[in-house]
Design a protein around this ligand. Structure first.
Ligand SMILES: C[S@@+](CC[C@H](N)C(=O)[O-])C[C@H]1O[C@@H](n2cnc3c(N)ncnc32)[C@H](O)[C@@H]1O
Length: 226
């Protein structure tokens, strides 16, 4: 990622405290009416399906949603993004096993947890980095939505072009008692619009994998590090 002087340079020393605060407090933000209506529109289809659920959060144009539907053809893949503009640029493919939904994931994740949805996999590809140190609480791992993301569970895949984002995300996961493995993407075919853009610019791309359903793995890792 191209960083300027105003970008955060290292892991924030107060990150663990910020994350812990979110786990200790009840998030009061009301659910948006638009997100609730969007959730209701797909609830029956998702709940009637016996296919494993995969969520592609902040899917943008949904290129990755279509890719995941092809890769996991036995699953039902749900791509969620708040931008009508980006979703409108989605191009259909052959796969039929996916749904695109316009909703704010701050609401959607809570509605999904409350409805008892348990995705087997959850993708968060190139979320907005908010690179200034003062913007840290806007990043998913330091936002009040993070405990809900954890509760939703599944095998979480995060990709970013900012090494610090991956590093801080892993630290936040450790605070939540979850382990994570990290790798730098090799030269592999891009799966989303931003991945294509960043590859063309020659950026290094980072992936974080975390089994959110495996609390023990994170706890053990924390123990062995400490
Ligand atoms: C940098 S783009 C990445 C899009 C896509 N994942 C990709 O890799 O091409 C970030 C996306 O996050 C979406 N987004 C940001 N905040 C969101 C929110 N609260 N709820 C849903 N989508 C959100 C934006 O609309 C945008 O499409």
């Amino acid at each position: 990622m191209k960083l300027d002087k105003s970008s955060q340079q290292g892991v924030r020393s107060d990150l663990a405290r910020i994350v812990e605060t979110h786990f200790r407090s009840e998030w009061q933000r009301p659910i948006g009416a638009h997100s609730a209506a969007a959730f209701d529109a797909v609830r029956d289809q998702v709940q009637a399906s016996s296919a494993p659920l995969i969520i592609d959060s902040c899917c943008g144009t949904g290129q990755s949603t279509r890719y995941l539907a092809g890769k996991f053809s036995d699953a039902l893949v749900l791509g969620v993004d708040k931008s009508a503009h980006r979703l409108a640029r989605h191009q259909d493919g052959e796969a039929q096993n996916y749904i695109m939904l316009r909703a704010d994931v701050n609401d959607f994740w809570r509605l999904a947890v409350d409805a008892g949805w348990r995705p087997v996999r959850h993708y968060l590809l190139y979320p907005n980095p908010y690179p200034k140190a003062a913007q840290v609480r806007k990043r998913w791992y330091a936002s009040p939505a993070f405990p809900t993301l954890i509760k939703l569970g599944g095998l979480l895949t995060v990709r970013t072009n900012w090494a610090l984002y991956a590093e801080e995300f892993a630290l936040a996961l450790a605070v939540a008692g979850r382990g994570a493995s990290r790798r730098v993407l090799a030269d592999e075919p891009p799966v989303s619009a931003f991945e294509t853009k960043y590859q063309e610019r020659g950026h290094s791309l980072f992936e974080l994998l975390s089994d959110l359903d495996d609390l023990r793995a994170g706890a053990e890792r924390k123990g062995s590090e400490g």
